[in-house]
Unconditional design. Structure first.
Lengths: 376, 527
């Protein structure tokens, strides 16, 4: 019985997620086989659907864009020791900020509208996370509880507003008026016909910018330093003279603002109008993305891409294999979330043991154990 | 349990005459490149108290872990009561009659003492028979070894000293015949430590064997019969306690001559730099722990606050450091009163020229998951030295961290190493370097050498005195009375949230201070 030794960092960020993913795929394959389809064929279909042609790549990137935003939102809160489960609601409310700017300025140029819409979405999304942050900082209500509740409040509030404010008279469905060209985020297909009819738009660059921004913020600024101190040791933060309550409110606002960027991709990039429930679960998947990506921007980018593949490839699979229903796709996605997110520690102990067996120091130890014992 | 008693009664006569409870021969243990135990030969006589001293990292804990079956030795022979054994795990060790009391207690706080004793040693799925058996057994142990406890008291409600007693009872209940105690007095007050020593002596007189790991030489001298000194993985000497003295042991431990007594010149106090007036501070549960405390610290003097742990010293320190807003009273640094508004008071006190070395460096003074250089800026992260504006100048911080590592002899000298991987003494040096190098006017230090090696203790004490001689006002809070007496120029004794007396370390005896620490005033104590 030896003391536990952590596995090397490279294995923690690459090998462990890869193993989890492999296990998820094996179990998913069993599920596919159980309904009488060939799992290897299914994987082929998923990969082809996600990467095989321009439209597929476009869709994959479009989904990944949303996951990057929500994954970063969860990750930055996690660095500060806060569990933001409310990215869903924050992104939803951010739709308000985006649509208000877009409806107001859509007769101008997108270069004017979109930056302001980004600010609007960040402000609304940030506010929706600031309130739970305030409640934890000043009143001691835990953000896990309040952010969940705020998701419900957001859903109810948005339906009310869509009904009473944004729905033009005479339109039967719950949606705002369509935004004119000057309020839309340009589509990548406008520049590269390769992407076919896929909805991937310039928001994907906003996502890349957000990844870099979060990296710089967390590891290269004083604010990032302070939030990491608080996340790892709140008492040390108090000792260092940091205001934990102020930090909680700032971090939650940043987290909500990042989640709010989903609204730019969805409302201004795809739907061109505010529709009911446009967030469609991206906020919740963001938790799995952040977990799998180890709260690091590079990991989040990869995890977001993976979930993009699953979403897009899953749609394709449903189309090619009629036996695989929409619900089956959800099951497969859930399995991946289960194994990479919720059960991400499953392989850790055995991996630790394996590494101790193969590490050079361990070999020295083993040799030392065998040689002198012969003489004693 | 039955196993140990039979093995004792059936042991060969020759062994009984020799009377070795434990014999270790050429024990070796490596961790990678580190040779933690090197050809250890150790014999512990039955019915004695055997001390093992050595600095942190000398290999004491590894050796005891091997004996307790937590590690397996790479090579070597272990004999328990004369019989060669191969201890595979702690359950096996227990069946051989070896029990261990860890430095950090392994108790369930909200269980009763009785439940804790039974935990893991239940006879069957039903709890009631085990509990009543344990109750009878506890009664027997209490009378035999003078280990009285109230079996129905909840563990979290009883003092640390009693919790340790529960750990000892747990080991005895499981049939331990050889008791290993790892740094048993680290968490105890002087009185509790004396109680523990009495218990250990009773255990010895009843024929039990006790092995005590410590780095406190005073304890070794007070209660052990024999002592083994470890240095760098080896046992450098095993001596009869009556034939040795603290100076010799310290020299053996460190490998060079060590000054146990702090050498310092007389203080020359200047103007008041820290003034505390009518301070009332409550703890997290809104219970007042500091009840109207006033004192001042002048430039060029060290004021020591002595007292049994838990008499409000922690809360007092936290209030002065700006971490805990007081209910009433004022704190002035450099003549300027400090505001307590908000939850970032510590930053205002730092700005006023106060530096704080906290009592509990791992909980407060360090983020153990950070690299060394990241901790070297904790509390001063907003300083322009570490980057202008919002950005952190990582290169500047690392360069400075490397300089300080060299100056304070932090080992290993690696600013990129995770702080958790430094030893306690080196972690303390990281904190000291950070707080002292800011050149503050006032330095407050809680438990300066808790869990720190003798070699490092000397260094830390010298640094504190150097600060004093440079004209700084220094407040030291320590539960180690020896430390306060040797370091302080003035001693304030705290009891139940009040300063009950002031003493001059040159003239006050340990007895007088002890009485004051027990709440009897200075005037009464002098009589």
């Amino acid at each position: 019985m030896s003391a536990r030794r952590p596995i090397p960092k490279w294995a923690d960020v690459t090998l462990l997620p890869a193993l989890n993913l492999a296990l998820a795929l094996v179990v998913s394959g069993l599920v596919v086989a159980m309904i009488g389809e060939n799992p290897f064929e299914a994987i082929q279909v998923i990969l082809y659907g996600a990467f095989g042609y321009g439209d597929g790549v476009g869709y994959t990137l479009y989904y990944a864009t949303n996951f990057i935003f929500t994954g970063l939102a969860v990750a930055i809160a996690a660095h500060a020791g806060l569990f933001n489960i409310g990215a869903e609601g924050q992104a939803y409310i951010a739709g308000l900020g985006a649509i208000i700017v877009a409806l107001w300025l859509d007769q101008t140029h997108w270069l004017i509208t979109v930056p302001l819409a980004i600010v609007g979405a960040a402000a609304f999304g940030g506010f929706w996370a600031f309130v739970p942050g305030y409640l934890q900082a000043k009143r001691g209500s835990h953000v896990v509880i309040t952010t969940i509740m705020f998701n419900f409040i957001a859903a109810a509030l948005m339906i009310f507003l869509l009904n009473r404010v944004f729905k033009p008279p005479g339109v039967p469905s719950l949606e705002s008026r369509i935004i004119a060209e000057g309020g839309r985020v340009p589509q990548l297909r406008q520049f590269w016909s390769y992407f076919g009819y896929s909805p991937v738009n310039l928001s994907v660059f906003l996502a890349i910018a957000a990844l870099i921004l979060v990296y710089v913020l967390v590891w290269h600024t004083k604010l990032g330093y302070a939030l990491r101190v608080m996340g790892q040791n709140p008492t040390a933060a108090r000792y260092a003279g940091m205001s934990n309550s102020r930090l909680i409110m700032i971090v939650m606002s940043i987290s909500g603002a990042l989640a709010g960027m989903v609204a730019i991709n969805q409302v201004l990039g795809v739907n061109n109008r505010l529709v009911e429930d446009f967030v469609a679960g991206y906020g919740f998947v963001g938790i799995a993305v952040a977990l799998m990506g180890r709260n690091h921007p590079i990991g989040i980018a990869l995890a977001a891409l993976l979930f993009g593949v699953l979403y897009q490839g899953g749609n394709e699979l449903q189309f090619v294999m009629p036996n695989v229903t929409k619900e089956m796709i959800v099951v497969i996605q859930a399995l991946v979330i289960l194994f990479t997110g919720a059960m991400e520690g499953l392989f850790r102990p055995s991996l630790e043991r394996t590494f101790m067996l193969f590490s050079p120091e361990r070999k020295v130890e083993a040799v030392a154990r065998n040689t002198p014992s012969t003489e004693s | 349990m039955s196993h140990s008693t039979t093995s004792v009664s059936q042991r060969p006569a020759s062994v009984a005459a020799e009377g070795w409870a434990i014999e270790l021969e050429k024990i070796n243990k490596r961790f990678g490149a580190v040779h933690a135990n090197r050809d250890i030969d150790l014999k512990v006589k039955r019915g004695t108290i055997h001390g093992i001293v050595g600095e942190n990292g000398a290999g004491k804990s590894t050796l005891m872990s091997i004996l307790y079956g937590f590690y397996t030795a790479d090579s070597g022979i272990i004999r328990v009561n004369g019989q060669q054994v191969d201890i595979t795990d702690s359950r096996h060790a227990l069946s051989l009659g070896i029990g261990m009391v860890h430095q950090h207690f392994m108790l369930v706080d909200n269980f009763s003492i009785l439940e804790n004793v039974v935990l893991g040693a239940e006879d069957s799925g039903l709890l009631a028979p085990s509990l009543s058996k344990a109750r009878a057994e506890l009664k027997r142990l209490a009378s035999e070894y003078r280990l009285d406890v109230n079996p129905d008291a909840i563990v979290e409600d009883v003092s640390v000293g009693l919790q340790q007693r529960v750990e000892i009872l747990k080991a005895l209940y499981r049939g331990a015949d050889i008791l290993i105690l790892d740094e048993p007095t680290g968490v105890l007050t002087p009185n509790e430590a004396d109680d523990l020593f009495r218990v250990l002596e009773t255990l010895r007189d009843q024929g039990k064997t006790v092995i005590i790991i410590t780095h406190k030489l005073r304890e070794i001298m007070a209660i052990t019969d024999a002592v083994s000194v470890m240095r760098q993985g080896q046992i450098v000497a095993t001596l009869e306690t009556k034939d040795t003295n603290p100076e010799q042991l310290a020299e053996l431990m460190v490998g060079r001559r060590v000054l146990l007594r702090v050498e310092k010149g007389p203080a020359s106090p200047g103007k008041v730099l820290l003034e505390v007036k009518d301070l009332v501070v409550s703890d997290d549960f809104k219970v007042p722990r500091v009840k109207s405390v006033s004192f001042s610290v002048r430039a060029g003097e060290i004021v020591g606050i002595a007292g049994v742990a838990g008499n409000g010293q922690s809360e007092l320190l936290e209030a002065i450091a700006g971490m805990r807003p007081p209910l009433l009273g004022t704190i002035a640094v450099n003549g300027q009163p400090v505001s307590f508004h908000g939850d970032n008071g510590a930053s205002r006190l730092r700005a006023a020229g106060l530096a704080h070395v906290p009592e509990d460096r791992q909980r407060m003074g360090l983020v153990t998951g950070f690299e060394e250089w990241e901790n070297a800026i904790l509390g001063y992260q907003d300083d322009p030295t570490y980057g202008k504006g919002m950005f952190l100048d990582i290169d500047a911080a690392r360069t400075q961290a490397r300089e300080r590592i060299e100056k304070f002899d932090v080992r290993p000298p690696n600013a990129r190493l995770k702080t958790a991987n430094f030893s306690g003494g080196n972690q303390q040096k990281i904190v000291l370097a950070r707080e002292m190098e800011r050149n503050p006017d006032v330095l407050i230090v809680g438990q300066p050498t808790r869990g720190v090696d003798i070699g490092a203790i000397e260094f830390i004490h010298n640094q504190i005195i150097k600060m004093r001689d440079a004209g700084k006002a220094i407040l030291v809070v320590s539960v180690e009375l020896d430390e306060i007496r040797s370091l302080a120029d003035r001693i304030l004794v705290m009891f139940d949230g009040v300063i009950v007396g002031e003493a001059d370390p040159a003239t006050a005896t340990e007895g007088e201070l002890g009485l004051m620490m027990a709440g009897i005033g200075a005037t009464e104590a002098a009589q």
